[in-house]
Design a protein around this ligand. Sequence first.
Ligand SMILES: NC(=O)c1ccc[n+]([C@@H]2O[C@H](COP(=O)([O-])OP(=O)(O)OC[C@H]3O[C@@H](n4cnc5c(N)ncnc54)[C@H](O)[C@@H]3O)[C@@H](O)[C@H]2O)c1
Ligand SMILES: [Zn+2]
Length: 331
Amino acid sequence: VALLTDSNVAASVLPKLNTDEIELPEGAMLKQITIAAGDSNKSISTAQDVWSELSNGKFTRRSLLINVGGGMVTDLGGFVAATFKRGIACVNISTTLLGAVDASIGGKTAVNFLGFKNEIGVFSDPVSTIISPSLFNTLPHAEMLSGMGETVKTALLDSPKFFNDVMNFARSECNFDSIPTDFITRSLDLKRRVVEEDPHEHGLRKCLNLGHTAGHAIESLLNSQQRGMPHGIDVAWGLAISLIISHTKLGLPTDTIYSYIKDFLSLYPPMPLSCNDYNALLELMSHDKKNPDPNHISFTLLSEIGKPVIDCFVSKDEITSAFDIFRDIAG
Ligand SMILES: NC(=O)c1ccc[n+]([C@@H]2O[C@H](COP(=O)([O-])OP(=O)(O)OC[C@H]3O[C@@H](n4cnc5c(N)ncnc54)[C@H](O)[C@@H]3O)[C@@H](O)[C@H]2O)c1
Ligand SMILES: [Zn+2]
């Protein structure tokens, strides 16, 4: 059995797991493999290091890889497991909220390549996923905000009930450092339903990209200025843009937008961008291969909470107006 983890998780989480006490099958050994933390290490060269450790350690097709970490470790470990000797079994133990609600199920594994996110990978499921929110206790606050960004996305896709529960929780003077466990199970239920219906993202699964068209552009721009934020925080801002465009194009009620920005996003840092950044943001969004032409950008929108509409084409003017409105409401 190999246990794959990253340097931060090895320091903060592994001591809590009592790995010495794991009961192994007769004759099996546990080997820990620790990779450097950070998404820049979700690379072919790190995958190669892990393949080498497995080969040199004489691991076989009957070996098991246990990935303990956030989405970075489970994506890379899932890819390594799916490819080593044409595939060995793996188990994911998610140690981040984002990893738990988003990366831990759905079968996508990948590494980044030539500067492109998740460029090389395969669809392959772990044999089991283990989530224990007590493992999130050591997560930095920004990583909890990031996980809540993807959680509220799922709530918006799921139902008014789930969305209102998240808004009520946000209003109750909380700071998201710990969250109700049922937010995780409800997010996983929604993701599982969507993935079962469209495992390879031909249609419905694109709804999980809600908030990501603007979110990815914000993420890339901030990263290029060396002031990047964890992914789910960019998604949380991107969701505000999607909700505003959903109102103008599909009539989503404005109280949803106000509640989202005033009650939920007020727990986040202010989006550090101004109208001077609009051209760069539009440029980044227009490069997406899903767009029909460079002047129309593809968004997932909502006609109502729980009713996503995929492949909506939005003009650059509509996008900049949405950023203006968002900055206006957020103050
Ligand atoms: N496969 C999918 O469907 C899917 C979905 C969403 C995201 N992803 C991928 O997941 C990655 C992002 O995942 P993430 O946000 O979990 O990032 P991450 O795995 O990089 O973890 C974020 C940071 O927290 C640290 N950390 C993890 N657990 C900790 C803990 N319990 N205590 C203290 N520190 C801890 C990590 O070392 C890292 O520094 C991206 O690579 C993204 O592409 C994949
Ligand atoms: Zn995301």
